[in-house]
Design a protein around this ligand. Structure first.
Ligand SMILES: Cc1cc2nc3c(=O)[nH]c(=O)nc-3n(C[C@H](O)[C@H](O)[C@H](O)COP(=O)(O)OP(=O)(O)OC[C@H]3O[C@@H](n4cnc5c(N)ncnc54)[C@H](O)[C@@H]3O)c2cc1C
Length: 390
């Protein structure tokens, strides 16, 4: 397949590629460049809901579907209202995001979309051939290739690999049972038999909410387990018995401290494939937005991507330490998150989890965690890090 006239080729047309392209369009600096977007299928389904916190209007503010400035953290013995300061918890529906991006793309003749199954074949000297429906993609040697197709690396003994897996239901009730202004970010009253397990309860109206049963563990559950637990949660904890399930979402997000490269085999890796998923929480959306800002800014300023900002090592170290503790079952995630949210302001935790804190702020926060366990796990991860094996 000869596609030699493109300056930028995006493999995968999901959150990361579209976030970059939308910024390229907004800047008007790429109007003379030819851009190609390739995906296996058109983005016509509401296949995911993105939730994230933010303390200012974001790039996609106009499609924020709901936002909350009151969040609750729940455990068996306590409900903690979180001190958010100027943070808001926001929700963007996948379908609104795709519709916005593709309607904008349709107005730009320099951007083409192609549908087909992408595959990769390593040949030699770190070079990789890209194939679309098994046909070799031949592109201009000066083209910049962005790859957002995540292929997990082989597991090794030194890296941790947990999955964040979840099923969410949008339920509707006859009575008004939800408080629309108030969302529950983590409800840890559910059993922990399968690993760190909690429920999000995000009201969309007084009679409508997204309820998501979420686990951090090595293996996913049989499909009917999530449904059984969601039903139980609605009945037992929310006392809701009469409801209709309007929509369903299932997702798996990798939580791993494997080493991600920004540039490899002639391609720039973006989104989850480029390590933008926070290993200790699974949150990705905001990191993708920050990466998209940095990439487009650098392309405008320098025309290349040689010096793209990388995540600071100490944040990777904190993530590895938490993954170590959870993977080796040194302490329950429920206990760790409970201590964190009870002893710290949510705004400080959000800033920390966004990798935006200063060392002094991190020390203040880390001092609230159980010292013995964190020092033990932290020491082992530190050794791996200085030996450069993670
Ligand atoms: C259900 C779900 C809910 C999530 N919720 C949140 C959330 O609330 N907050 C948060 O921060 N993060 C969330 N995430 C994590 C993360 O934000 C998303 O996965 C996000 O979409 C990642 O963006 P991406 O561009 O890296 O990958 P994607 O958006 O998945 O884009 C990759 C694209 O590549 C295409 N593709 C894949 N393989 C091939 C192939 N072989 N050939 C051709 N095309 C291919 C796919 O069709 C897709 O369009 C969620 C993830 C899922 C799955």
């Amino acid at each position: 397949m000869q596609l030699k006239n493109y300056d930028y080729i995006f493999l995968g047309a999901g959150c990361a590629s579209l976030s970059i392209i939308m910024r390229m369009i907004a800047s008007q600096k790429f109007n003379q460049k030819k851009i190609l977007l390739i995906d296996k299928e058109p983005k016509t389904k509401n296949d995911r809901t993105w939730c994230f916190w933010e303390h200012q209007p974001g790039f996609f503010e106009e499609i924020v579907y709901r936002k909350w400035d009151q969040l609750l953290f729940k455990t068996t013995d306590e409900t903690t209202p979180l001190q958010m300061d100027n943070y808001e918890y926001k929700m963007i529906r996948g379908i609104d995001f795709y519709n916005k991006c593709f309607s904008e793309i349709a107005q730009h003749k320099n951007i083409d979309t192609l549908y087909g199954e992408i595959s990769f074949e390593e040949i030699k000297n770190g070079l990789t051939e890209i194939k679309i429906n098994n046909e070799l993609l031949v592109y201009n040697e000066h083209a910049i290739i962005f790859n957002s197709i995540y292929i997990p690396l082989k597991k090794t003994k030194v890296t941790f690999y947990l999955l964040q897996h979840f099923t969410g239901w949008i339920v509707e009730t006859k009575e008004n049972v939800f408080t629309p202004k108030q969302a529950t970010i983590m409800d840890f009253r559910v059993h922990q038999n399968n690993g760190t397990t909690f429920v999000y309860a995000l009201p969309l109206a007084a009679n409508r909410a997204l309820i998501e049963y979420t686990l951090f563990s090595e293996n996913i559950l049989p499909e009917n387990e999530y449904d059984k637990e969601l039903k139980l949660y609605l009945n037992e904890f929310l006392q809701i018995h009469d409801y209709t399930i309007c929509e369903k979402e299932f997702g798996i997000i990798p939580m791993t401290n494997e080493k991600f490269s920004f540039f490899k085999n002639g391609m720039y890796f973006i989104g989850t494939a480029g390590g933008q998923t926070k290993a200790s929480t699974g949150f990705t959306f905001r990191f993708i937005q920050k990466q998209a800002d940095a990439i487009v800014e650098q392309l405008i300023l320098k025309g290349n991507l040689f010096k793209n900002k990388q995540t600071k090592k100490r944040f990777l170290f904190y993530d590895s330490t938490l993954l170590h503790i959870l993977s080796k079952k040194m302490m329950e995630g429920k206990t760790i998150f409970s201590i964190l949210f009870k002893k710290n302001k949510a705004s400080a935790i959000f800033k920390f989890l966004d990798n935006e804190t200063t060392i002094a702020e991190e020390i203040k926060l880390l001092k609230t965690l159980p010292k013995k366990i964190f020092i033990k796990a932290g020491f082992k991860e530190f050794i791996k890090m200085i030996r450069n094996i993670i």
